[in-house]
Design a protein around this ligand. Structure first.
Ligand code: 13P
Ligand code: SF4
Length: 345
């Protein structure tokens, strides 16, 4: 066990300044020049910037200043479909760009990098997943949005963390048994919330899986007034300590709506940018990724979200490169479970 890194719990309990989380280093001059260039190129290319809450704060600022959006994965999908721009620039991870393209085949969808994957997407390769579905033909296939276009094409429903419980509740009420992939923690959470009969794939998010329940318990003792906010991709024993469990949007709302002055947050620390901009008077504390059994490989920041930068965003727009292309047969199949999700009330 000599490779286990232990970090005192209290060291994670620091007040975080807006935009200071793992921000790429730019000189003030370079940042201003890149921002101006991106603003000009967005206009010239008839493009709109659609960003996730986990990307660099500077990209989030640009998205909002230029009429784009910063959102959770569900709202990113909705926004791209509703906006008239002919090009969508998706700052996030690959499945987000693919979802935008599946829903908007007539639009050009580009990303600052095509290398930004997601450990959940990677954990469910289409051949294995399809074979698993074939073994369970009696089950309704429900997949998380964090999957490839091909996996979505094999599914009956796509869900995000915003609507997973509501959709599975609806399916369960109709007597349907579920095959769920790929996130085992979210799957278990949905199963517990809905009572549905679920077969659960063995995938996990590298970021959320790293949160440690024992260390969190200790941190709560040091900060008894803090509300604990947890994304449901986290382990069961971390979710069990939550005051609020939900999507990124839900957790941001909790910071503005709850009366607490302190929050312990178990999700990617890119979210602090938005939380701080909406509730600058609140203290945000990162949930611990250190403690018993910790390796702290991700340290609460998604390595793939971190690949998005002002530099590669500017290059992508200038050269109109990194376009998402999806096989039309796959796209036509994948749009069905996605549209089912978007029209679910
Ligand atoms: P949200 O849908 O809550 O934005 O989550 C997406 C994600 O990748 C979380 O790790
Ligand atoms: Fe995937 Fe986790 Fe990164 Fe979200 S934070 S994109 S689930 S690896």
């Amino acid at each position: 066990m000599n490779n286990v890194k232990t970090i005192p719990v209290q060291s994670t309990a620091e007040l975080l300044a807006p935009g200071s989380i793992d921000a790429p280093t730019y000189s003030v001059k370079e940042k201003a020049a890149l921002s101006e260039k991106i603003k000009r190129l967005l206009k010239e290319q008839d493009a709109v910037l659609v960003a996730h809450y986990y990307v660099d704060g500077e990209i989030q600022i640009l998205a909002e200043e230029t009429g784009g959006t910063v959102a959770d994965s569900l709202e990113m999908a909705r926004f791209g479909s509703q906006h008239p721009a002919s090009t969508l620039v998706v700052a996030g991870v690959r499945f987000m760009g693919e979802t935008a393209k599946i829903l908007n085949p007539e639009k050009t969808v580009i990303m600052p990098t095509l290398e930004a994957e997601c450990s959940l997407d990677i954990s469910a390769p289409i051949d294995k997943f399809s074979a698993y579905c074939d073994q369970h033909p009696d089950r309704t296939v429900v997949v998380y949005a964090n999957t490839s276009a091909a996996v979505k094409a094999r599914a009956d429903w796509v869900v995000t963390s915003s609507n997973a419980v509501a959709i599975v509740t609806h399916l369960h009420a109709q007597g349907e048994k579920i095959l769920w992939a790929p996130d085992k923690h979210l799957g278990r959470y949905i199963e517990q919330q809905t009572g549905a009969d679920m077969l659960i794939w063995d995938g996990a998010c590298v970021v959320h899986e790293a949160f440690k329940a024992d260390a969190l318990e200790n941190l709560k003792k040091h900060n008894p007034q803090a509300a604990v906010l947890v994304h449901p991709e986290s382990p069961e024993d971390v979710i069990a300590q939550a005051d609020v469990v939900g999507s990124t949007t839900r957790l941001i709302k909790a910071v503005t709506e709850l009366p607490n002055k302190q929050f312990i947050v178990a999700t990617d620390n890119g979210i602090f940018h938005k939380m701080k901009s909406m509730a600058g008077d609140k203290q945000l504390i990162e949930a611990p990724t250190a403690g018993v059994g910790a390796t702290c490989e991700s340290c609460a920041h998604c390595p793939w979200m971190a690949m998005n930068s002002l530099r590669n965003l500017a290059d992508t727009l200038e050269q109109m490169k990194n376009e998402i292309v999806i096989d039309e047969d796959i796209r036509i199949k994948a749009i069905q479970p996605l549209e089912r999700m978007l029209s679910f009330k």
